[in-house]
Design a protein around this ligand. Structure first.
Ligand code: HDE
Length: 696
C-alpha cells in the first residue's frame, strides 16, 4: 500500500488504527466524507472487536460503499462506447452573407468545443474496432449559446423517418433472446431489417465499405448528415450540409486487421486519440459547408430532406471555412465523456433545422434520452454541458440536482418587479434571439412518406460505382462476410435481390462468395438512375501518402545492430510518425556491442496490427530464437497480410521466409539505406492484396 508521511496516512491495515506518522494534515489535503467531515482511517471499517462484525454506525463505510453502488448511470442506448477531447474551432472564412450566427461570421475567433467520437451498436465496454458507423459529435461553446453538431462519419443514414429508429437499433443490437452478438451487425436480425427496408441500401453500401473500420478517430471524416438551414439578418434561408475533413486523411484498417486489433487492444482508438493529444500531436479537421438555395435544391434529382441521399461534392462543392483542433484530453472520463449530453436542438441564432423527418424525430429524442441517462432536467448545469462564454438564464426553476441559487422573486415572465426596484430577471430579445425560419405551409395532415423519397437505389449505385476496384472488392467481401453469418437463407436471398438493383456485378460477386444462386431482383418503388460517378466518395487515392500521425513498430532481438534501429527511428520520426520498440522481453535487449535498448512493448502483447508499418532488426541468433515464437512469426505474417511495409535487417530473412513473406515493393532490406523503407511505409501495399487473400 502506498504511504505518504506528508499526508499523515497510515502504514497499512495493521489494526489498532495503524501507526500514525503525522497526526494532522492540512485541511485542504485531508480526505473527508461527502459532507466535509475529515476521515481519520480510510483503511479499516468500524468493527465490534478486532475480529468482530462491522457496525451499522460506520457512516464513513456506508457513505463510501453506497456512493460506489450508484456510480454507474444508464449507458447511451446508442453510441454508448465513446472517446472525447477538448479543443477549439477557428473560423477562416465568413458566412455573414448567409447567417447571423457569430461562430460562422467572426473570422479568427477561437471557440472552445468538446468532441465525442463513438461506435453505435456496442455497449460502453465494447471494443473500439467493430465494423460500425462512428459518431462524430461536437459541442461548440459559442458566445450565443451551445451549438451541438451531432453527426456521423458517413454522410447518409439507414432510414428516412425517425419512427423506424427504435426498430433499426433493436435489429442491430444483441439479439433479444440470446444477448449476442455484441457490437456486430453480422447477424440475422440486422440483415432481416436491412433486406426489408430498401431505403437502407445506400447506407449499407457505406457500412460495408472500409469507412466503418477506421484506422484512427483522428482519421475519420464527419458529416452533419441531415440538411440544416442558415438564416441571415433578413431571415433569408440557405440550405446547408456540414462536413469535417481530417488533416491526416481518411484512413482505414483491413478487416482481418480490425478483428485482430479487437483482441490485441480493445481500446485501440481511445488510446490512440489520448496518446496523440498527450504527445502534442493535436488532431485537426477542416470544417466545410455545402450551401444551396431552395431553388438549387428543388432542381436536384433527389430530395435533400431525405437523409439517405448524398449531395455529391462535384454537384455542390464544399466550401471550407474553418478548422477544429483537439488539444486537451478530458480530466475525468465520467464527468466529461460520459456525462456530455448532445442535443441537435442546441443551435445559436442564425442556424435552424430543416423538415427532414429524421432530424425532426431527433429534435425530441436527445433531450428525452438525457432525462433517463442523467436523471434530471438540470443536466445542462453539469460543467461539460454548461454554456460557456455567455450567460444562461430564464425562469425555469428547481428540479433534482439544482445547483444554482436563484435570488429574488422573479421566477415568472412578464413581471414588473423592476418598477418596485427589484431585479425583474431576463427578457426576450426579438432582434438578437433565436428565430425559426418562416416556412409557408398549407397541406393536409397526413401519415405518409413523400414520393420524392421513393428512389432507394440510385445513390447506392452511385456510391458503389464511384469506388476504386480495391474498395469495390472490399465492399463485396464485407457483404460476403456479414451475410455468411446470417443463418436464415431467405434473409440472404432478400438482400441479394435488393443488391441486384444496385449493381448486377456486385450482387453476383456476393452470391458467388456465398456459393448461392442469384435470386430475381426485387421490384424497386422507382427505377434506379445512373448518376455521374463521384470520386470524392472514395478513400483510396484520396488520402495523403504520408507517415504523419502514423506509428511504426521495430521488432528487435539481443545482438541487433543499434545503428540500423537508430537510423530507422530517426527517419520515421522526421516524417512525423511515432516509433515503438518491440522486444521478446519488456526489459529490452542487449544490442551488438552491449548497449541496452529499452522496449516499449513485449512481443506477445504488441502484435504488428498495432502499427502502420514494421521493421524487423535482429541478430542471427536472435532470429533463430524468434523463429520458435508464434508471436514473432505472426508479427511478420500479419504485417504482410495487412499490406504493410516491412523493413528488415538481412539476419531477419529466415523469419520472414518462415512467415511466408515474399519479396515485393513493400518488403525492403534495411541493409542499404533505412530511408528506402519510408516510401512503402507511407501507404498500404494494395498491389499485394490479391496474393494474400481471395476477395469477392
Ligand atoms: Fe442519434 N441518438 N439518433 N443519430 N446520435 C443518440 O442521444 C436518434 C442519428 C448520433 O456522443 C442518443 O445522447 C434518433 C443520425 C451521435 O453522446 C439518442 C435518430 C445521426 C450520437 C439518439 C438518430 C446520429 C447519437 C443516444 C433517428 C448522425 C452520440 C444518446 C431519428 C447525424 C452522441 C444520446 C454522443 C446519440 C437518437 C439518428 C448521430 C437516443 C431518434 C442520423 C453521434 O437520443
Amino acid at each position: 500500500m502506498a504511504t505518504s508521511k506528508a499526508r499523515g496516512t497510515r502504514t497499512g491495515n495493521s489494526g489498532e488504527g495503524g501507526e500514525i506518522h503525522q497526526t494532522a494534515a492540512a485541511p485542504d489535503e485531508r480526505i473527508t466524507t461527502n459532507h466535509g467531515v475529515p476521515i481519520s482511517d480510510n483503511q479499516n471499517s468500524l468493527k465490534a472487536g478486532r475480529r468482530g462484525p462491522t457496525l451499522l454506525e460506520d457512516f464513513v463505510l456506508r457513505e463510501k460503499i453506497q456512493h460506489f453502488d450508484h456510480e454507474r448511470i444508464p449507458e447511451r442506448i446508442v453510441h454508448a462506447r465513446g472517446s472525447a477531447a477538448h479543443g477549439f474551432f477557428e473560423l477562416t472564412d465568413s458566412l455573414a452573407e448567409f447567417t447571423r450566427a457569430k461562430i460562422l461570421t467572426e473570422i479568427g475567433v477561437k471557440t472552445e468545443l468538446f468532441t465525442r467520437f463513438s461506435t453505435v451498436a456496442g455497449g460502453a465496454g465494447s471494443v473500439d474496432t467493430p465494423r460500425d458507423v462512428r459518431g462524430f459529435a461536437v459541442k461548440f461553446y459559442t458566445n450565443e449559446g451551445n451549438w451541438d453538431l451531432v453527426g456521423n462519419n458517413i454522410p447518409v443514414f439507414f432510414i428516412q423517418d425517425a419512427i423506424k429508429f427504435p426498430d433499426l437499433i433493436h435489429a442491430v443490437k444483441m439479439e433479444a433472446d440470446r444477448g449476442y452478438p455484441q457490437a456486430a451487425s453480422a447477424h440475422d436480425t440486422f440483415w432481416d431489417f436491412i433486406g426489408l427496408m430498401p431505403e437502407s441500401t445506400h447506407m449499407i453500401m457505406w457500412a460495408m465499405s472500409d469507412r466503418t473500420i477506421p484506422r484512427s478517430l483522428r482519421m475519420i471524416e464527419g458529416f452533419g448528415v441531415n440538411t440544416f438551414r442558415l438564416l441571415n439578418d433578413k431571415d433569408e434561408a440557405t440550405l446547408v450540409k456540414f462536413h469535417w475533413r481530417p488533416k491526416l486523411g481518411t484512413q482505414s484498417t483491413c478487416w482481418d486487421e480490425a478483428v485482430k486489433i479487437a483482441g490485441a487492444d480493445p481500446d485501440y482508438h481511445r488510446r490512440d486519440l489520448h496518446e496523440a493529444i498527450a504527445a502534442g500531436n493535436f488532431p485537426e479537421w477542416e470544417f466545410g459547408v455545402q450551401l444551396l438555395s431552395q431553388k438549387q435544391a428543388d432542381a436536384l434529382p433527389f430530395d435533400i430532406l431525405d437523409a439517405t441521399k448524398v449531395i455529391p461534392e462535384e454537384l455542390v462543392p464544399i466550401r471550407f471555412i474553418g478548422r477544429m483542433v483537439l488539444n486537451r484530453n478530458p480530466d475525468n472520463f465520467f464527468a466529461e465523456t460520459e456525462q456530455v449530453a448532445f442535443l441537435p436542438t442546441n443551435m445559436p441564432p442564425g442556424i435552424d433545422v430543416s423538415e427532414d423527418p429524421l432530424l425532426q424525430g431527433r429534435l425530441f429524442s436527445y433531450q428525452d434520452t438525457q432525462l433517463s441517462r442523467l436523471g434530471t432536467v438540470n443536466f445542462h448545469q453539469i460543467p461539460v454541458n454548461r454554456a460557456k462564454g455567455c450567460p444562461f438564464q430564464n425562469m425555469q426553476r428547481d428540479g433534482q440536482m439544482q445547483t444554482q441559487v436563484f435570488k429574488g422573486r422573479a421566477n415568472y415572465e412578464p413581471n414588473s418587479l423592476s418598477e418596485a426596484g427589484e431585479d425583474g430577471g431576463p427578457r426576450e430579445d426579438p432582434a438578437g434571439g433565436f428565430r425559426t425560419f418562416t416556412l409557408p405551409m398549407e397541406e393536409a395532415k397526413v401519415r405518409l412518406r413523400s414520393e420524392s423519397f421513393a428512389d432507394h437505389y440510385s445513390h447506392a449505385r452511385l456510391f458503389f460505382q464511384s469506388q476504386t476496384e480495391i474498395e469495390q472488392a472490399h465492399i463485396a467481401s464485407a457483404f460476403v462476410f456479414e451475410l455468411s453469418k446470417v443463418s436464415l437463407e431467405h434473409v440472404r436471398l432478400r438482400v441479394l435481390s435488393n443488391l441486384l438493383n444496385v449493381d448486377e456485378t456486385l450482387a453476383r460477386r456476393v452470391a458467388d462468395g456465398m456459393n448461392m444462386d442469384l435470386p430475381k431482383a426485387s421490384a424497386p418503388a422507382v427505377a434506379p438512375q445512373d448518376m455521374k460517378a463521384s470520386p470524392a466518395l472514395r478513400i483510396v487515392g484520396k488520402y495523403p501518402v504520408t507517415l504523419k500521425g502514423r506509428s511504426v513498430g521495430i521488432l528487435v532481438s539481443d545482438g541487433a545492430d543499434g545503428a540500423v534501429i537508430d537510423a530507422v527511428k530517426k527517419a520515421v520520426e522526421a516524417e512525423g510518425a511515432s516509433v515503438k520498440i518491440v522486444a521478446p522481453k519488456i526489459g529490452g535487449v542487449a544490442l551488438k556491442g552491449g548497449a541496452r535498448l529499452k522496449a516499449d512493448g513485449q512481443l506477445a502483447g504488441t502484435p504488428s496490427v498495432m502499427f502502420d508499418a514494421v521493421a524487423i532488426v535482429v541478430s542471427t541468433e536472435g532470429c533463430a530464437a524468434l523463429m520458435k515464437e508464434g508471436a514473432a512469426i505472426d508479427f511478420a505474417k500479419d504485417a504482410f497480410g495487412h499490406l504493410k511495409a516491412i523493413g528488415f535487417s538481412p539476419e531477419a530473412k529466415p523469419l520472414l521466409d518462415k512467415a511466408g513473406v515474399v519479396a515485393d515493393a513493400g518488403v525492403v532490406s534495411l541493409d542499404n539505406k533505412a530511408s528506402l523503407f519510408l516510401e512503402p511505409a507511407r501507404t498500404r501495399q494494395w498491389a499485394r492484396e490479391p496474393k494474400v487473400r481471395t476477395l469477392a
